[in-house]
Design a binder for this molecule. Structure first.
Ligand code: ARG
Length: 466
């Protein structure tokens, strides 16, 4: 008789029932219900291993398999979650075990042979990491492709704007170049997710047991193959406590959302009337309950905050792991909860970001109208002096003086400034330098620059990578 309760997988050695408050404190069910499909897969693989070892007969294997399939069918509708809560299980693993015993009472007694929740948690969490890494990679690819397609269009239109550093006008760029930068970030984010998915295929923890393996003759390659791992893990003590790919998927999600957050920050500002570079369409905007005129870019603000949340969960997950000795200790339950929370929120934010981007409408006129503000051609003029043999230090000083004169007069740099600069620098010939944003952009010569040719090349290279 199990004093701990029918849904718990232990209790024989206890005389007293568990304290209800402590049991509730120790429950991870609400955190790990999302692992249910992965636990079912993991349990099916374990059934195959037990059957191959002759520990269960064909009939038992079949009954277990059918019960697990029935549970898999109950997951999408929420039916399984309701059952799990009603059972009062400690976690999703206990809930599936209890549900199997309810659906197939005799066979259900055998499912956990040679298995511990320790290798089970490690395996299901790895399968989860693999799945979410693939989902994250898809989202990043979608974002990158959208940015590339938008960039190609903006390149045809030669839409220009002033790039800022420190939010101050810096140099003229093509909108296509800005969009290309967004694509670069998400191509890298996609690759990061891809590496995590590959790592999550390497070593199957299943069959490690509690921490040292099993005396039952379990052929671990069976489960490894069923679950699409390259091989069983090499060291049971390590594999039950290994949370590397779990942390890596959260890391990849955090990094991707941080990238999305940086783009969001810029878009939020571009959508203000003061900037007016972009307008977020109705479908992605929200209004105010009080101010009738409002059009708020909430999705991008939420993405910005989601980056902070993901970063926080990553820090929490790492911190919860740092004091844990080798093998399994209960702290790891909290690590898992942080990984799941941060990854789910991060991927939801990435999906929202991908959904909101197509609703951004560029205002090329507003960008172009202000692209020349703030003396964005000053560097090109200094470069032109350098090309005439003037030292960069002197060129910087001369052009800086010219900017200060023009600013005092409330005008842009013009032909007369070039003449004055040529004179001040004692040039033999005339000083030629771009004075307009588009001329500045077209004059760029370096690979990876904002010149239309360099942007076109970068975009086609990115497309080839995708
Ligand atoms: N709920 C636990 C977790 O999520 C399950 C593992 C329990 N293992 C144990 N030895 N108590 O980590």
């Amino acid at each position: 008789m199990n004093k701990a309760g029918p849904a718990l997988q232990w209790g024989g050695r206890f005389a007293d029932a568990p304290d209800a408050a402590l049991l509730a404190f120790g429950s991870s069910l609400e955190d790990d219900l999302v692992l249910a499909p992965f636990d079912v897969a993991c349990s099916q693989a374990h059934v195959a291993t037990l059957a191959a070892a002759g520990i269960i007969d064909v009939g038992t294997a079949h009954a277990l398999s059918s019960a697990l399939q029935a549970i898999a069918d109950e997951i999408p509708s929420g039916e399984f979650a309701a059952q799990a809560r009603a059972l009062g299980a400690e976690d999703v693993h206990g809930a599936i075990d209890a549900r199997v015993r309810a659906l197939a009472p005799a066979a259900g007694e055998w499912l956990h042979a040679g298995r511990s929740r320790n290798d089970q948690v490690a395996t299901t969490l790895t399968l989860y990491a693999r799945d979410r890494a693939l989902r994250g990679a898809d989202l990043c690819e979608r974002i990158a492709r959208f940015a590339i397609d938008s960039a190609k269009k903006a390149l045809r239109d030669e839409t220009v704007l002033a790039a800022t550093t420190h939010w101050q006008p810096a140099q003229a760029i093509l909108l296509a170049f800005w969009l290309g930068a967004v694509a670069e970030m998400f191509v890298r984010a996609r690759r990061r997710f891809g590496r995590v998915a590959a790592d999550a295929r390497e070593a199957s923890p299943l069959g490690s047991g509690a921490c040292s393996g099993s005396t039952l003759p379990l052929e671990r390659t069976i489960a490894a193959q069923e679950l699409d791992f390259a091989a069983p893990s090499r060291n049971a003590l390590d594999s039950v406590g290994d949370r590397d790919v779990a942390l890596d998927v959260l890391h990849a999600a955090t990094r991707a959302v941080v990238a999305a957050s940086r783009v969001s920050e810029e878009l939020v500002i571009w959508c203000t009337p003061a900037f007016g570079y972009a307008r977020l369409g109705d479908a992605a905007s929200t209004g105010s309950s009080l101010m009738p005129q409002k059009r708020n870019p909430d999705p991008f603000e939420l993405v910005r905050a989601a980056a902070a949340v993901a970063t926080g969960t990553y820090a929490s997950a790492l911190a919860s792991l740092g004091g844990v000795a080798l093998s399994y200790h209960r702290d790891l339950q909290e690590t898992k909860a942080q990984v799941i929370r941060g990854t789910e929120r991060g991927l939801a934010a990435l999906a929202a970001f991908a959904a909101a981007l197509p609703h951004v409408h560029w205002n090329a006129q507003a960008m172009t109208a202000r692209a020349g503000d703030g003396y964005v051609v000053a560097t090109d003029i200094a470069d032109a002096l350098i090309a005439h043999g003037i030292s960069p230090r002197k060129a910087h000083l001369l052009v800086g003086n010219a900017v200060s004169v023009a600013e005092r007069d409330g005008r842009a740099l013009g032909a007369r400034d070039l003449t004055a600069l040529a004179k001040a620098a004692k040039l033999k010939g005339v000083l030629k330098a771009p004075l307009e944003p588009l001329a500045s952009i077209r004059a760029k010569k370096t690979a990876g620059s904002t010149s239309p040719e360099a942007v076109a090349r970068a975009l086609s290279e990115l497309e080839a990578i995708l």
